[in-house]
Design a binder for this molecule. Structure first.
Ligand SMILES: *[C@@H]1O[C@H](CO)[C@@H](O)[C@H](O)[C@H]1NC(C)=O
Ligand SMILES: *[C@@H]1O[C@H](CO)[C@@H](O)[C@H](O)[C@H]1NC(C)=O
Length: 348
């Protein structure tokens, strides 16, 4: 008997069609609601601060190429489940660095050496790389940087503190709010005084301020730690921040820094930023003590900064030799590099 479609069968076929349409509608709704962070129910802004890019759209690394710096950094990032983007640095000519060094009137400060200029121009290049991708925010790391193994928890605590300090509204779901051009996460000095407008908050990874290691050219930074204690940090506006170990830029901040620092007129890039923050040309939020600091290879080899190296005052040593000997990271209690490379916390 030939199978003829009965009215009943036709009915179930059109029912099936309705069902398919309903399914597609449900899938689209699900995607719209759950893939849209603004609508995701129950997801606090702080949770994003603990993601693999620490709540920024990307983490980009300023690096001249593979070395002990990047190898240690990659190991630490893998240990902490952090995603890094290490773009290739475009070349700089001596003509360009010399021209940049002389830029601006003679009355303003100028970079001292070729090393400072190269570092400055490399920062501008990586910020252009961020700008070209139109990123919502990006964290720029120098490639010798290090952090505590509890970094994701620290970033979540910073998220709460930064949002509270900047009075971020509930509707703004971004992990650190939008009231900043520059979020200074890794530095080597930032005074905090009783009269500083700030928010003190708890973070178990914060070091003892009595043991704060200040660079020898900023001995005062150890003295201006009013109100800090082991397990306490401050979030505040940038007063006198130095060292650009780790700085995050908002989309707006990247453009402002390109314009403000693109004209030279200071001794080095981080000093230009510091002065931009102090003079309110840039809106800067700073966490102190810092959450990131550079790792220092064992003392007997001396620290070789890329800036010193380019100025030809650095001491070159066999990398393979010291790569297997533990260094340390000032002001970071449980170093992620040391954990990943030596299964140690690195005595500071
Ligand atoms: C981490 O969170 C930020 C802010 O919500 C977001 O832009 C970024 O894409 C997230 N990273 C990942 C890997 O999902
Ligand atoms: C800052 O305030 C604390 C608590 O009120 C006080 O103990 C400390 O002495 C003050 N420090 C300075 C330098 O005034």
């Amino acid at each position: 008997m030939a199978p003829h479609p009965t009215p009943r069968r036709r009915l179930s076929f059109s029912r099936l069609r309705y069902l398919a349409v309903a399914c597609i509608f449900a899938i689209i709704t699900y995607h719209y609601v759950y893939q849209n962070p603004a609508l995701r129910l129950g997801s606090e802004p702080r949770e994003a601060a603990g993601n693999s890019t620490l709540g920024f759209q990307k983490i980009v690394v300023l690096s001249e190429g593979p070395s002990w710096r990047t190898r240690g950094l990659k190991a630490a990032a893998k240990y902490s489940s952090i995603d890094l983007d290490i773009p290739i640095q475009p070349p700089l000519t001596n003509e360009m660095t010399d021209a940049f060094q002389k830029m601006g009137p003679t009355s303003v400060p100028h970079p001292r050496g070729r090393g400072e200029v190269k570092n400055w121009l490399s920062f501008l290049d990586i910020i252009k790389y961020i700008g070209a991708q139109d990123l919502e925010s990006a964290l720029i790391l120098e490639d010798d940087v290090d952090w505590d193994v509890r970094i994701k928890n620290s970033m979540k605590l910073l998220s709460d503190a930064a949002r509270k300090f900047t009075v971020t509204s509930k509707e703004d779901r971004s992990p650190y709010g939008h009231s900043w051009d520059l979020l200074w996460i890794g530095h080597c000095a930032e005074p905090t005084r009783n009269f500083t407008r700030r928010l003190l908050y708890d973070d178990p990874s914060a070091p003892d301020p009595e043991k704060y290691i200040a660079p020898h050219w900023f001995p005062w930074s150890r003295e201006y730690v009013d109100g800090l204690a082991p397990g306490k940090r401050s979030v505040q506006r940038g007063q006198h921040t130095d060292c650009s170990f780790a700085i995050a830029l908002s989309r707006r901040g990247a453009i402002k820094v390109l314009k403000f620092a693109g004209i030279g007129e200071d001794t080095q890039f981080d000093t230009r930023l510091k002065n931009g923050c102090k003079g309110n040309d840039l809106s800067c939020l700073v966490v102190t003590p810092e959450l990131m600091h550079h790792y220092v290879p064992p003392k007997e080899f001396g620290h070789i900064s890329t800036v010193a190296d380019a100025n030809e005052i650095g001491s070159r040593v066999e990398e393979e030799e010291f790569e297997h000997i533990m260094g340390n990271t000032p002001n970071i209690l449980q170093s992620a590099r040391c954990k990943a490379l030596f299964d140690s916390t690195c005595p500071g």
